[in-house]
Design a protein around this ligand. Structure first.
Ligand code: AMP
Length: 513
């Protein structure tokens, strides 16, 4: 039997990275079939063909209507916001196609594998975590674990600093604020590295804020310049807008290194070259940066720490290369941010280390490091306010509670001989149901017969370290066990998952085992 391979996948909004552990146990990035270390998380639906990565990204400039980009932003919704040839796909299916390319490309390098650890933004809620796990399943993978991107980056950092050897380390605990600004999401986690334990103290973020928003501001700046000159808006045509986005994303990178960049735009026979200075760009995106500053401050507060108690600010995610990010953090904390981990690859490396650890544990070996996580959103059940009669969120597990945690809620039957009870589970901080994410419901259908009115029904919520939830229901003081199925909102059924798994595997090149 061949030795199992541990693979970590950073499934990013704009780019994805795959890493494995080499023979010495060090994480290394795997190049894809195009020879690149990062793969654009972009899918082109071209008639019967599905093309993923670099070629799909190029197609944005010519066939924008057939290209799915930033699907990670829509994960958690029922369908992706664009329609392709009359078809609407669940975002996790688009993610599955991306994962499938990552899998087959990696298999070409290292042989067949299926066990992976996939990373998600720390701020992803339960529904999005489940959808990511489902995407892995549909891509023919066995998802060993889902871990948070900032935690993965901290693990990669710890490894780099020699904290993960078998003996652990005798060094003082280090408190790290991980500032992770990627292509589509922003995460901030306050972590404590105690020897070889990685403990999250608080986490916060924004699942719809990332480099993509900076790109769009640049697109707007260029488009406004173009309108002033030619009285037409290049954003109105999807392919021109797509091409403009690619040009602007490139110009944004230039602006990280130089004080000005220029963007060419052609539309309806008009052409312009618009020059943008770094100052203009920074002014146009100041509010986006301010949102990250506010969130970082909130996370620090939630961890009950001040900047003096933070040893290091770890920069993760390609967008932290923007000088405005570093300037802001320097000014806010009085510290020099640490860019010593590879901004694009650290997350995948941390995931590979986690995958290696899980495989070792399965083989009965002792792990060299541990991860302790907190929940990124409060978990509650829907109750009725006795005064107003309105539905409200009864929080059971508050935000930033250390995981795993088990919480119990006792419900009472409303009438004698009640046959069923409905429990609705929500995530979010808002007292009103509208401001929360509906996770799902469980309906207990076969309560024991002849229960008197006001009989207690215990509902146990078990929140695991990876942020996934299981729900169990029991009726105290009775022998009968009540089995219940937790039905999720917006989640694909097992039948659909299997259908997509077969379909995607048929569409793709076979493994190079
Ligand atoms: P990630 O998801 O961590 O790979 O981050 C991808 C994001 O980083 C994209 O929005 C890129 O445009 C952005 N990015 C990469 N390099 C740079 C750079 N030099 N300057 C500004 N943004 C960058």
């Amino acid at each position: 039997m061949s030795t199992e391979i541990a693979v970590g996948i950073d499934l990013g909004t704009t780019f994805s990275v795959v890493a494995r552990l080499d023979d010495t146990g060090s994480p290394v990035t795997l190049v894809n079939s195009e020879g690149d270390r990062v793969t654009p998380s972009v899918v082109l639906f071209d008639a019967e063909d599905v093309v993923i990565g670099k070629e799909a990204l190029k197609a944005i400039a010519t066939e924008a209507d057939h290209v799915a980009e930033c699907s990670k932003r829509d994960v958690g919704y029922r369908v992706f916001h664009k329609v392709f040839d009359g078809k609407q796909y669940p975002p996790e299916v688009i993610e599955a196609w991306i994962l499938n390319k990552l899998r087959t490309d990696a298999a070409a390098r290292i042989g067949h594998f299926d066990k992976v650890v996939i990373t998600v933004p720390a701020y992803f809620d339960e529904v999005r975590r489940k959808a990511t796990q489902d995407a892995g399943y549909m891509a023919g993978l066995e998802v060993l674990d889902i871990i948070n991107e900032p935690t993965a980056a901290a693990v990669a950092f710890g490894y780099q600093k020699g904290m993960l050897d078998a003996k652990g380390t005798a060094s003082e605990p280090q408190r790290i604020l991980v500032y992770d600004l990627g292509g589509g999401t922003f995460d901030v986690s306050v972590m404590e590295i105690r020897g070889s334990d990685f403990v999250a103290l608080a986490t916060d973020g924004d699942v719809r804020l990332g480099g993509y928003d900076w790109d769009q501001r640049l697109v707007d700046l260029v488009a406004e310049g173009f309108i002033r000159e030619h009285y037409v808006d290049p954003r109105e045509d999807p392919s021109t807008a797509g091409k403009l986005w690619r040009e602007c994303e490139d110009a944004k990178r230039t602006l990280s290194a130089r004080n000005k960049a220029s963007v060419a735009c052609d539309y309806r026979g008009f052409s312009s070259r618009v020059e943008i200075t770094r100052k203009q760009f920074e002014e146009a995106t100041q509010d986006l940066l301010d949102r990250t500053r506010f969130t970082a401050t909130q996370a620090l507060k939630a961890a009950k720490l001040n900047w003096d108690q933070i040893d290091r600010i770890l920069l993760v995610g390609g967008s932290t290369r923007m000088p405005m990010v570093r300037d802001m953090l320097r000014q806010l904390s009085g510290k020099e941010p640490d860019a010593s981990v590879a901004a694009d690859e650290a997350v995948a490396h941390g995931a590979a280390l986690r995958a290696g650890l899980l495989l070792a544990e399965r083989q009965g070996k002792r792990g060299t490091f541990s991860i302790k996580n907190v929940n990124s959103h409060s978990l509650g059940v829907v109750g009725t306010d006795p005064l107003t009669g309105r539905k409200r969120n009864g929080i059971l597990v508050p935000h930033n509670t250390p995981l795993p945690v088990t919480a119990k809620r006792t419900f009472k039957t409303q009438k004698a001989n009640q046959k069923s009870i409905l429990v609705e589970v929500v995530e979010g901080e808002s007292p009103s149901i509208e401001g929360c994410t509906q996770i799902g419901r469980c309906s207990v259908q076969h309560l024991p017969p002849n229960l008197p009115e006001q009989s207690p029904i215990d509902v146990l919520f078990h929140y695991r370290t990876n942020g996934r939830l299981t729900v169990r229901v029991s009726v105290p003081d009775t022998d009968s066990k009540v089995e219940t199925e937790f039905t999720r909102e917006n989640s694909l059924s097992k039948e659909h998952l299997d259908g997509w798994r077969n379909y995607i595997s048929q569409m793709a090149p076979t493994d190079y085992a």
